[in-house]
Structure formats: C-alpha cells, structure tokens
Design a protein around this ligand. Structure first.
Ligand SMILES: Cc1cc2nc3c(=O)[nH]c(=O)nc-3n(C[C@H](O)[C@H](O)[C@H](O)COP(=O)(O)OP(=O)(O)OC[C@H]3O[C@@H](n4cnc5c(N)ncnc54)[C@H](O)[C@@H]3O)c2cc1C
Length: 448
C-alpha cells in the first residue's frame, strides 16, 4: 500500500523532531509524516545518566509530545529504499510513502572497532534504544569491573556516572595522551583527569585495547602496553558513523567526509531531498574542511534551517559550518569548548594570540556556592577575531560557553569582547570589574 504525504521525515531523534516542528511552523497546511524504526527512543544526551543518576531509565524517554502537538503522523517502520524518480520510499516490511519533500534524519550508529573478541557478551554498545539500554543498565549495575573505551565526552561522562555505582570498579582507556584531547587544551583536560581520578576512576591514557578474552562473556582486556585487566563488562564510547546507506543506495552525493553531502540549506544533490543531523556532512566553521562533529545541538540547528527552507528559501538561515560547541559535566566540574583550541588552531596554521584568566563566578567570592572559573580565548593575531574558547568551573560555565559560541559565530574581535556589556549580580556572575571573558580578551590583547 502506498500513502501520499507532503513531507516525509525518516528518523526519530532530535533532528527529526525539530524538522517536523519547524515545517509545521513555516508550512502550516502541509501533511507531515515521520517514520522511525525504534518505538521507544531515548534523549541521547541523557544516556549516561540512565545508569545511576536517574531513578528509573524510563525517565530518559524521548517523548512524542512534539509530534502530537504539531499534528505530525508517526509510523514505526524501517525505510529501506528511496526511488527518486517516483519520489517514493519503501518500508522494510511492507508499504511505501510518496513524498513531495523528503528529509533524511537517520542519525548515526556507534563505531564498532575490529578488536578481536568484541562480540563477546558483556561488551556494551551505546544504541539510542530504550529497551536495549534498560537491559544494559540492569546488567551493568551487577558488575564488579567495567572498562570504558574512549576518553571523549561520552567516555568521561560514563566514567563519572558509573563511578557512582556501589562496588563497581571503573577503568577508562584512551589511546591519545590525554582526555578530551580534540576539544580542550591540556590545562583543561588535565582538570577532567584529576577529577575522575579523585572519584576512583582508573584513567589509562596513551593506551589502547588489543583484545577481549574470556568465554562466552568478556573476562579480560589485553592492552597495547601488554597490561591485562580482569573485567566483567566493557562500554564502547569511541564515537559514531553517519548512517548513509539509504542515501548512497539512492546515488545521493557524499561529501569528502563521511556524511551525506548537503549545501548551505541542507539540500542534498536532489533538490527535493534534505539531510539533517548526524547523517548529514559537516564542515568546519573556519576552514570549511569536512568535520567529524556530531552533536544534538548542531543537529537541531540544521533541522531548523531545513524545516524553514523545505519548499522555498524562505529565510536566510544558512548553515555556516559547525563550531563544534559543547559542554560536559563531571561531578560538579563543568567544561565547555567552542571553535578551535590553541592546539587545533596552530595545527591549521593560524597565527594566534591567547588570553587566559582564572576568576570566580560570584562576587564577593565568599558568597555561598561560589566556584572558580577558568577561561581561555584564542584569537587570530592580526585580525583580532575570536577563533575559539574554553571554560571550566561551576554551573555558570554551561551558559558562559554559549556566550563564547555567539562571539565565535559573529566573529567578534578581542576589542569587542574587552568592551562587552554584560549583566552582573553578586549571586549570578563574576564581578563586572573582573568578568572572566572580558579579562581573558584583555589578556590576549596585551599579549600579541
Ligand atoms: C551517550 C551520548 C551522549 C551524548 N551527549 C550529547 C550532549 O550532551 N550534547 C550534544 O549536543 N550531543 C550529544 N550527543 C550526540 C547526539 O546524541 C547526536 O548528535 C544526536 O542524537 C543526533 O540526532 P539525530 O536526530 O541526527 O540522530 P539520532 O539521534 O541518531 O536519531 C536517528 C534516528 O533515526 C532512526 N533511523 C535510522 N535509520 C532509519 C531508517 N532506515 N528508517 C527509520 N528510522 C531510522 C534511528 O533509529 C534513530 O532513532 C550524545 C550522544 C551519545 C551517544
């Protein structure tokens, strides 16, 4: 049976939800159909917290309220084939949809590295599926020794969270010499390592896993330095690859990166097919090089661009590339990064100047709940334009990095940041006399 719809969205994650809501806003009369292959999804960013912080993993369900509120039809099915000439999409079991506009929001799948023994039981993958994750949570809570592979933000968040489970010994292995190495300079990633060690996490950097041994179930991990660790569980947190099969089978172009090629308005090489979120190719904000950045915040920004521009280029809302902005939280320590780090800017060949400062997020600093804040800003030396920034400290850093993100997107100069007008209040911010972002910009300016 074939159903005719105006807008067909494949996927059920953040990109699909925000596309549907945005299409409804800009094209109120269109019939919108979402097709997703997982009945009960999860809020992806909340996955680590299903293991200890949330009382019940079900609390992390990705609800369907936005679809209901916006009169969007939802079907549970797996899309398997796009026929671009007929403008139809075939489902795995039966039936198909005919569309005017198709949006691919099919996301990504966790990387499974070719390590011998990886298919043993007790090696957990992070699939965004409630039923699968509930079983993982139940099993992990009974383990004695778990090893997490990957010291990126997913790995460190899992290490923090699993260290809260009584009687569970946590190991974190990262092949690079330090944690969060792709998005933070050493003085920031060092803070994470110290924090995790203080929580009893065994952090092993500059090391990789060579083999998983055991019977049906994993029992031991063999490391590249010859070391061996007895484990009864392993969590893989080493990234994800975009789901491009539907698109590549339909001969849609791929970029030089791993995702589906899209233009500034999220249109693929077929003008009636858009791609958004993890499955869509990303380009770096400064260099336009392909960038392997997959974040929910980027996915939703792309979905807003596609949703508004589906039928006509209604709003000039083009995708200027990813600034790779994100924040993470490890037991009270907040870290945020936006744009280039000092290391990545130098590697790209930028001539830079940097400014750093340590301050407090309340004034006077003796007010209850005040936390230290560390800010680093990176600027182009000649033009003085901001290239990136990092923050670490208390809860206020979660929004402070968003302010830096706006500065990056608007290509602000250090003089503009030095003369920033900001709201300050003793309980809410650092003092206006020593506001950390202003001071960091000032320090960079005095340091060309
Ligand atoms: C543990 C973890 C923590 C994270 N934390 C953060 C964070 O704090 N901040 C942040 O910004 N990002 C975070 N991310 C990244 C974020 O989860 C992704 O960037 C985001 O989920 C991308 O959304 P999406 O809708 O593009 O794809 P997905 O969330 O992957 O959704 C795609 C959906 O499409 C469905 N689908 C795929 N193929 C088909 C098909 N053929 N037919 C029908 N349906 C299909 C999939 O089953 C899935 O439900 C985290 C990721 C993980 C794994």
């Amino acid at each position: 049976m074939e159903k005719k719809v105006d807008v067909l969205i494949i996927g059920g994650g953040p990109a699909a939800i925000v596309t549907a809501v945005t299409v409804r806003k800009y094209y109120p009369d269109k019939e919108i159909q979402v097709v997703k292959d997982i009945e009960k999804g999860v809020i992806p960013c909340g996955i680590p917290y299903m293991f200890a912080s949330l009382k019940d993993p079900e609390e992390n369900e990705l609800g369907s309220a936005p679809f209901e509120k916006n009169n969007v039809d939802v079907a549970i099915a797996k899309a398997v084939k796009i026929d671009r000439d007929k403008k139809t999409v075939e489902m795995e079991d039966s039936g198909s949809y005919r569309y005017e506009k198709l949006v691919l929001a099919v996301g990504s799948t966790p990387v499974v590295p070719p390590i011998p023994g990886i298919d043993r039981r007790g090696v957990y993958h992070i699939y965004k599926d409630m039923e699968y994750l509930k079983k993982c949570v139940e099993e992990v809570k009974k383990l004695k020794n778990i090893l997490i592979i990957g010291g990126g933000f997913i790995g460190v968040e899992f290490a923090d969270e699993l260290s809260k489970i009584d009687g569970l010994n946590v190991y974190l292995v990262e092949v690079l010499p330090r944690l969060l190495a792709n998005s933070f300079d050493p003085e920031f990633s060092g803070l994470v390592e110290t924090k995790l060690r203080s929580k009893g996490v065994n952090v092993l950097t500059g090391t990789c896993v060579k083999e998983f041994t055991g019977g049906e179930r994993v029992e031991k991990v063999i490391l590249s330095d010859g070391g061996e660790i007895d484990v009864d569980g392993v969590m893989l947190g080493i990234g994800a690859v975009p789901n491009i099969k539907l698109a590549s089978d339909a001969s849609l172009d791929q970029g030089r990166g791993k995702g589906i090629w899209v233009d500034e308005y999220m249109r693929t090489s077929d003008p009636d097919i858009f791609a958004v979120g993890d499955c869509a190719g990303k380009r770096d904000f400064y260099t336009r090089k392909d960038a392997a950045v997959m974040l929910a915040s980027t996915a939703t920004a792309e979905a807003r661009i596609a949703g508004a521009n589906l039928y006509r280029l209604k709003v000039v809302r083009e995708n200027k590339g990813t600034i790779a902005i994100y924040s993470t939280y490890i037991d009270g320590l907040v870290l945020g990064s936006a744009g280039l780090t000092e290391g990545s800017a130098k590697k790209e060949g930028f001539e830079i100047m940097t400014g750093s400062v340590e301050g407090m997020d309340k004034h006077p600093a003796t007010l209850p709940g005040a936390s230290k804040v560390k800010v680093k800003l990176i600027f182009s030396r000649q033009s003085g334009i901001i290239l990136g920034g990092q923050v670490a400290g208390g809860m206020s850093c979660g929004e402070m990095i968003n302010l830096i993100g706006v500065a990056v997107q608007k290509r602000m100069s250090y003089t503009e940041l030095e003369t920033l007008q900001m709201a300050t209040h003793p309980y809410l911010t650092g003092a206006p006399t020593v506001y950390p972002i202003v001071l960091a910009a000032q320090n960079a300016g005095g340091n060309p």
